[in-house]
Design a protein around this ligand. Structure first.
Ligand code: NAD
Length: 255
């Protein structure tokens, strides 16, 4: 489905990352991959994972830095002359903002969460688009969560960041439609990952979803990866600006 396509993936931290589920699905269908990482500890995990999928392009990038984002695409240009897919699977909020009440959110905590988890998509899209020049268009995907739509205990400022990210996806879809670049956002249910471990009482959220979701279970990174594959492939050629839930149906339940 993706033979000859080139994809860059932001957000693999380890083999439990949602971005890793996406990388595996895109690789399975023939895409060539490049990866970014932040910090030495994550680099040690990402390099072997990238190599296991035949990728030698592994570039440092703290998405809170415009210079580092620009440098990623400059370096990518040394390997590839075009780009088809950008997968953004990055979020961050201080641990102290992900417990207790939303009202306690600090100004700096709010700024940091929105910067890394929402604005980074805009900054990355701006740098990526000049490379996304293949006549068949391109695809940008990112990750939301149900906390963007409804209040989830302890998700606090991250819910606000995800709401901003969803709105950014719609605005980018309008900006980039004329260039045949589609922008979509997946809203996965809770999955045990490094980022999820920062959310207070995350286990409770998981158990609640298992007991209420129509499918009666938690989803896997492979299921999110397959949905990403669909959105990045020509099967989704008419889909842009969309929020696609991969949550076992949890979001449709009223009572
Ligand atoms: P993860 O910890 O594996 O991935 C988060 C990634 O963000 C890591 O690779 C981390 O290095 C990266 N990151 C954080 N700050 C960064 C920065 N300043 N610069 C560059 N990278 C930075 O966790 P995950 O659960 O796979 O998270 C991926 C995405 O999925 C996030 O947007 C998250 O909000 C979203 N999501 C997760 C769940 C879940 O339950 N795990 C559910 C819905 C949405």
């Amino acid at each position: 489905m993706l033979r000859g396509k080139k994809a860059i993936i932001f957000g693999v931290a380890n083999e439990r990352s949602i971005a890793w589920g996406i990388a595996q699905a895109l690789h399975r269908e023939g895409a060539e991959l490049a990866f970014t990482f932040v910090g030495d500890a994550i680099e040690k995990r990402v390099r072997p994972l990238a190599e296991s999928l035949g990728s030698k392009i592994v570039i440092p990038c703290d998405v809170s830095s415009d210079q580092q984002i620009a440098s990623v695409f400059h370096q990518l240009g040394n390997h590839w002359d075009s780009l088809d897919i950008v997968a953004h699977s990055v979020a961050f909020a201080k641990k102290e903002e992900l417990k207790g009440s939303f009202m306690e959110t600090s100004r700096e905590g709010f700024r940091l969460a929105l910067d890394i988890s929402a604005y980074s998509l805009v900054a990355i899209a701006r740098e990526a688009v000049p490379m996304m020049k293949s006549g068949s268009g391109g695809s940008i995907i990112t990750m939301s969560y149900f906390g963007a739509e409804k209040v989830i205990p302890h998700y606090n400022v991250m819910g606000v960041a995800k709401a901003a990210l969803e709105a950014s996806v719609r605005a980018l879809a309008v900006d980039l439609g004329p260039k045949k670049i589609r922008v979509n956002i997946i809203s996965p249910g809770p999955i045990k990952t490094l980022a999820a471990s920062g959310i207070s009482d995350f286990k409770v959220i998981g158990h609640h979803v298992e007991s209420k979701a129509p499918l009666g279970r938690i989803v896997s990174i492979e299921e999110v990866g397959n949905t990403a594959l669909f959105l990045c492939s020509s099967l989704a050629s008419g889909v842009t600006g969309e929020v696609l839930h991969v949550d076992g149906g949890y979001n449709i339940i009223g009572m």
